[in-house]
Design a protein around this ligand. Structure first.
Ligand SMILES: *Cc1c(COP(=O)(O)O)cnc(C)c1O
Length: 393
């Protein structure tokens, strides 16, 4: 079924799917490492690009292709590149777009290892990186160097929930010949479409909202144009961080309910954010859907909804936060996010532990910050869980 001109929900269910000889309603799992050529000539044609037949699963596989085409349509992109993890997607993009002597500007509050891999690994290959608060675009202007090649942003940022103006970044990127890469994990294409706002590359940890069920790890990259697509696919295939066919099958199942899950989770999140904001033991809360969020207006124009991620700090600081994390029973004390279940964690000692204390503080990742990923349980039960946890602090 052609889905390019159809609505988002129709694409969720049908984009990328293909008919097999048995009329299977779902895309089958092609659990094979290699594909038999019809002839020696066919094999040669597959390698030269004359034929688009499958060769080897690291290079391509029908189940994986179905997911790549599905997400490409959801993001309004040219094509998708599925990876074994979100970090596989990020590393493939860095590998494809950066060279010795080049410079990248990144949001300072990003997924911990997305920053760590630049600081600890790409630095060894003479790649220079600046980390700035991209929610203020003047910081990006100030960090520009003659060798800047890439602008990498995450919005809302993990875990500070700061919002970066994607269209404004796209303008800066265009004026300075940079490639704008957006990590869209916190929103998914249901809430935010960076390519429509001028980004060149969008990527995801599909481990989070896109798969949504906390049962697989995976990643994906979508580009706006074929040249970037070819370049990044080459890096992914050479690094060898391809998605597995079973992973692709799982995420094709998970993505179908993306809109329904996000709608419910963000409805819950707003109620929880309001509860926390008015709780006497809560010192601060950052959720894009609260008018107290400094970029509420930007969030409203850039995002279709406010999502289900928030961060907050308690009056008793880290000690109180630790007590809360040890005393909630419904919310799982676990990293990751964007699943059907509610999760709570402490970025400074967990997801962002690999970043120096000084850099964490500069990026706004304070010791009292608790990250909360709201699930689709009954909201009364989540609030009750927080209420009893806060009671004993
Ligand atoms: C989890 C996450 C990643 C990394 O993805 P993995 O699937 O864990 O490798 C990247 N960016 C964001 C925003 C994330 O939350």
């Amino acid at each position: 079924m052609k889905t390019k001109d159809k609505g988002f929900n129709t694409k969720l269910i049908h984009a990328g799917a293909f008919e097999d000889e048995f009329g299977s309603a779902t895309v089958p799992i092609y659990q094979t490492s290699t594909f038999k050529f019809k002839s020696a000539q066919h094999g040669a044609d597959c390698f030269s690009g004359k034929s688009d037949g499958y060769i080897y699963t690291r290079i391509g596989n029908p189940t994986i292709r179905a997911f790549e085409q599905n997400i490409a349509e959801l993001e309004n992109g040219f094509d998708g590149i599925a990876t074994s993890s979100g970090m596989g997607a990020i590393s493939s993009v860095y590998m494809a777009l950066l060279s010795a002597g080049s410079h990248i500007i990144s949001s300072d509050a990003v997924y911990g290892p997305a920053r760590g891999v630049l600081e600890q690994d790409f630095s060894r290959f003479n790649v220079d990186a600046s980390f700035v608060n991209t929610s203020k675009t003047e910081n990006i202007q100030a960090a520009l160097k003659p060798n800047t090649r890439v602008l990498y942003i995450e919005t809302p940022a993990n875990p500070t929930m700061e919002i970066t103006d994607i269209a404004a970044c796209a303008k800066i990127a265009k004026e300075n010949n940079l490639i704008l890469v957006v990590d869209n994990t916190f929103c998914s294409p249901y809430l935010q479409k960076p390519l429509d706002l001028g980004a060149d590359v969008v990527l995801h940890s599909i481990t989070k909202f896109i798969n949504g069920h906390a049962d697989i790890v995976g990643g994906v990259i979508v580009t706006k144009d074929p040249v970037l697509y070819k370049k990044i696919r080459h890096s992914m295939v050479y690094i060898g961080c391809n998605m597995d066919p079973t992973q692709a099958f799982m995420v094709l199942r998970g993505v179908r309910t993306l809109a329904l899950r996000i709608e419910r989770a963000q409805e819950n999140a707003l109620k929880i954010a309001n509860f926390l904001q008015s709780h006497p033991k809560v010192e601060w809360i950052k959720y894009p859907g609260l008018t107290t969020h400094p970029q509420y207006e930007l969030a409203k124009t850039q995002m279709k909804g406010f999502g289900s991620m928030m961060s907050f700090g308690l009056k008793g600081g880290y000690d109180a936060g630790k007590k809360l994390m040890d005393n909630v029973h419904l919310a799982l004390l676990a990293v990751s996010l964007g699943g059907v279940e509610t999760l709570i964690q402490h970025p400074a000692s967990m997801t962002h532990a690999g970043i120096s204390k000084e850099n964490k503080l500069a990026a706004g990742i304070t010791d009292d910050l608790i990250r909360f990923s709201v699930g689709i349980e009954d909201v009364e039960d989540i609030i009750e869980d927080l209420k009893q946890g806060l009671l004993i602090i």
